[in-house]
Design a protein around this ligand. Structure first.
Ligand code: CTP
Length: 400
């Protein structure tokens, strides 16, 4: 999560049993390179000691507005001004109510009134308290004011009951923090991204595939969602978990992928085909496991549909189509040919022979080609950084 590097996040911890999870959250934020300043309410300190969060954040924890030492050293107005984001996790019904009414009776609620940075709140409480109209009205008021709400999860609660009220997964909280720190330049847009390999079976347990990990396509889908787009990710089989906050459609073969992509592409403003689609499939897939004998085995392969070329043919006015080209020779010439043949706006070409490029790596070395013959050569970058830069380049085309 490179987006968090160098950011200052103020973490407000309030008095829910889920306060213990704030320790893990602070540790993750620090690990991602954020500076973390913790504020704990009095109730939060009944569940977790300030010492724990001080050790994990490496900074004194703010607890008391009238602590002469800390207040003169840091100061609540300074704390409010110097942060990039405030994260209240867990947020109790009581703190949400105070926030909705503008009450400032402790360090956290006072800072929240003075802060101009984005605010993310993560409610955690008993499900009856959560669904109570008072809490729901307070959340609606906060949402109207632009506060980001991370919905609690369902499941067994600390009180012994079941329901909606558990603190959301840390991965969803961190992703929402990243979103709140990202300008919402794709809000209202629909983005379709394909990722990963396809599997082309010749019996129920064997198939033809390639080493695509899906990392590039997943990074693109996550970045587009961070920018506020509605994102559909169509993924072949990968080992990656579904990214939080977007819709992942799982497919296996190129023909499955074509079916889902064609259905979703209809409404998409932007389609990025990062999947490594198998160009061929075995002509027949045996219904049972193939048994060997002494003879050699020949498998006849037939062409799969070219999904992207099909989209290029039926391209809607204003729609942007972006493809990838994995090459081992004549990179620019081959990629340019694909750009025009498939009717694309941009193509991202990577030379699989270069160190740090291509399948399975966390980095890539790419050239980005446009229809006017422009070729941008990017240095070796993380796939997350390439995703950011590519979406900037796409936004600069002007039609998204
Ligand atoms: N692609 C696709 N359907 C296919 C093959 C590729 O939609 N059956 C898409 C890929 O997702 C990628 C682009 O087309 O965005 C280029 O894929 P690539 O395999 O590099 O090129 P091909 O056109 O298949 O040409 P070749 O395999 O001959 O290099």
């Amino acid at each position: 999560m490179e987006r968090l590097r160098g950011k200052t996040v103020l973490v407000g911890v309030t008095g829910s049993i889920a306060a213990y999870k704030a320790a893990e959250l602070v540790r993750w934020l620090v690990k991602c390179g954020a500076g973390v300043q913790v504020i704990m309410t009095r109730a939060a300190q009944q569940f977790l000691t300030p010492l724990t969060l001080q050790a994990l954040s490496g900074r004194p924890v703010l607890t008391d507005l009238f602590d002469l030492g800390l207040e003169s050293e840091i100061g609540h107005i300074h704390a409010a001004r110097s942060v990039d984001l405030v994260l209240v996790a867990p947020a109790t019904a009581n703190t949400l109510a105070k926030m909705a009414c503008g009450i400032a009776d402790n360090y956290l609620t006072t800072v929240l009134l003075a802060v101009e940075a984005p605010v993310v709140v993560c409610p955690a409480m008993n499900h009856k308290m959560y669904t109570h109209p008072a809490t729901q009205d307070n959340l609606a008021a906060l949402r109207r004011r632009g506060v980001w709400i991370v919905e609690p999860a369902s499941g067994p609660l600390a009180c012994g009951e079941e329901g909606h009220g558990r603190l959301a997964d840390l991965s969803l909280i961190l992703e929402t923090v990243c979103r709140a720190l990202t300008p919402q330049t794709l809000r209202g847009k629909r983005v379709l991204v394909s990722a990963g390999p396809t599997w082309e079976p010749f019996d129920p347990v064997r198939f033809i595939t390639n080493p695509s990990s899906g990392k590039m396509g997943f990074a693109l889908a996550v970045e587009a969602a961070r920018r506020g787009a509605h994102v559909d990710l169509v993924s072949g089989p990968t080992a990656l978990p579904d990214p939080p906050g977007l819709i992942t459609h799982h497919v296996t073969t190129a023909r499955d992928m074509e079916h889902v992509v064609r259905m979703l592409a209809h409404e998409a403003h932007l389609v990025i085909m990062a999947a490594a689609v198998s160009d061929y499939r075995p002509e027949e897939a045996a219904p049972h496991k193939f048994k060997k004998d002494d003879a050699d085995l020949e498998i006849r392969l037939v062409r799969n549909p070219d999904i992207l070329a099909g989209l290029g043919k039926d391209k809607k006015p204003g729609q942007i189509l972006v493809g990838f080209a994995a090459e081992t020779q004549d990179l620019v010439r081959n990629a340019t040919e694909k750009l025009h043949r498939k009717n694309l706006d941009l193509i991202v070409a990577n030379d699989l022979t270069q160190p740090g490029a291509g399948f399975r790596t966390d980095t890539n070395v790419v050239k980005v080609l446009d229809r006017g013959g422009g070729v941008e050569e990017w240095p070796c970058l993380s796939k997350e950084a390439i995703a950011r830069r590519l979406l900037d380049r796409i936004e600069a085309l002007g039609t998204t």
